[in-house]
Design a protein around this ligand. Structure first.
Ligand code: NAP
Length: 396
């Protein structure tokens, strides 16, 4: 585990999100609440920026823990799409003067966003954060910056994907992927003049012990599809997923280790720990049977057949219709792609041997959490967070 220096001020975007909230909790835990955090947060119609931070941290550290965390977090109300991040001159230059580490995690991660909107948030937002880093450097103290990209900047390409590979002239599965590839290209263009590191997580799933995922998207939809009894089959299909605490450890290591400057790291399961779709579905069925005694009936069909079986969508219940629509937009294209093998040798060196869990452990994590909480409608308490912290439990 990397030592986190206490004399830094961390400027973090996206802390109301899945990754950002975990990162904040981990950062405060690892520094015993002594890290100073400046957080850029959008207020919503119903809640102030401060209330939104409390709401984001509560499931991880409890209500009192979230209130305590505010002692270490200075919240600035802003928006990455706005000039000067939507901050007043005073706020902006205050951030530029104080930030010694910048973690840019804010983004739109919607798979069905229009390209113009994705670029507005993901590319232009990143440009404004890079401007901030440059302004801070001009004040005489160049901050470190970690940009949170995605392993899927590789678009529809398959085969071995090196962390140094990046090309926007290739087919992408959706506008999200393209906008993230463009943003990463922008970040790389500043690598010679700023202290930058890019990290590329794959699919981020729940915490490796409590299982808490915040949202039931991505892999959790696949689990629902299996529950519906028809398995879209893909002999090639692989799923590369990593628990959120593995990703936050990767981000913190990238921020603090001088060897990470100017480099890009995959935060992925890697070839030997990817889930094969062929294994995933039967393993989920077996675990459901073991936990509930219920034997899910299933029929293996191609991804195209799967969709055509549900063509008359008006006949479906609204919940099932929603899942089919999500599968159509999120999964069908990925299951039909050639397998990707994300190369993560350099990450293993950076993380000194810390690895994501084995595939069967990840299946247990996802299946267990979904069943025990009935997809989050009956959430387990997460007070265990403070006792069994992620960095302690990851095995080398
Ligand atoms: N989740 C994954 O599986 C995954 C995988 C690979 C890479 N990533 C990358 O990891 C990062 C974090 O993802 P996540 O899963 O934590 O996403 P998330 O839960 O949707 O959180 C996104 C965060 O970005 C903030 N944000 C969006 N637009 C903003 C704006 N205009 N100004 C300021 N803040 C804004 C959101 O604030 P609001 O609460 O105000 O909306 C939220 O805090 C992203 O860069 C994503 O591309 C995620």
């Amino acid at each position: 585990m990397h030592h986190l220096p206490l004399d830094h001020t961390w400027f973090v975007t996206g802390i109301t999100g899945f990754l950002g909230s975990y990162l904040t909790a981990e950062l405060l835990w690892r520094t015993d609440g002594r890290a100073r955090i400046l957080a850029l947060v959008r207020p919503s119609k119903r809640a102030s920026a401060c209330e939104r931070v409390i709401e984001a941290l509560e499931p991880l550290v409890g209500h009192q823990g979230a209130l305590d965390a505010l002692q270490s977090i200075d919240i600035v109300s802003g928006d990455v799409t706005k000039p000067q991040l939507g901050l007043t001159d005073r706020e902006y230059w205050h951030v530029a003067e104080r930030a010694s580490i910048i973690i840019h995690a804010a983004a739109s991660i919607s798979f069905d966003i229009e390209l113009a909107d994705a670029r507005h948030i993901n590319v232009e937002g990143t440009r404004r954060i890079l401007d901030l880093a440059r302004h801070a450097a001009e004040l005489g103290h160049a901050p470190r910056m970690v940009y949170v990209s995605t392993a899927y900047v590789s678009g529809a390409s398959g085969g071995v994907i090196q962390a140094k590979d990046l090309c926007v002239e290739r087919p992408f599965t959706n506008a999200y992927e393209r906008s993230k590839a463009e943003a990463e290209t922008l970040v790389r263009s500043h690598m010679s003049d700023l202290s930058l590191t890019v990290v590329r997580p794959s699919i981020v799933i729940g915490d490796s012990v409590t299982g808490y995922p915040k949202e039931f998207s991505t892999l959790y939809y696949a689990f629902r599809i299996i529950h519906h009894g028809l398995l879209p089959y893909s002999p090639e299909g692989h799923i590369d997923c990593v628990p959120v605490d593995y990703v936050t450890q990767g981000i913190l290591a990238a921020a603090c280790d001088p060897r990470a400057i100017g480099r890009t790291f995959h935060l992925t399961a890697g070839s030997d720990r990817q889930l094969r779709w062929e294994q995933f579905a039967p393993a989920v069925i077996e675990r459901v049977a073991r936990r509930t005694g219920k034997q899910l009936k299933h029929e293996v069909v191609s991804a195209e057949d799967y969709l055509s079986r549900f063509e008359d969508r008006h006949q479906l219940s609204s919940r099932r219709r929603f899942v089919v629509e999500q599968f159509r937009s999120l999964y069908a294209p990925y299951l039909m792609q050639q397998t990707k093998h994300f190369q993560d040798d350099e990450t293993r060196i950076l993380l000194a041997g810390i690895r994501p869990p084995e595939p069967h452990e990840m299946i247990d994590l996802v299946a267990g959490y979904c069943m025990e909480t009935r997809w989050g409608s009956d959430p387990r308490g997460h007070s265990a967070w403070g006792e069994v912290l992620p960095s302690r439990r990851m095995c080398a």
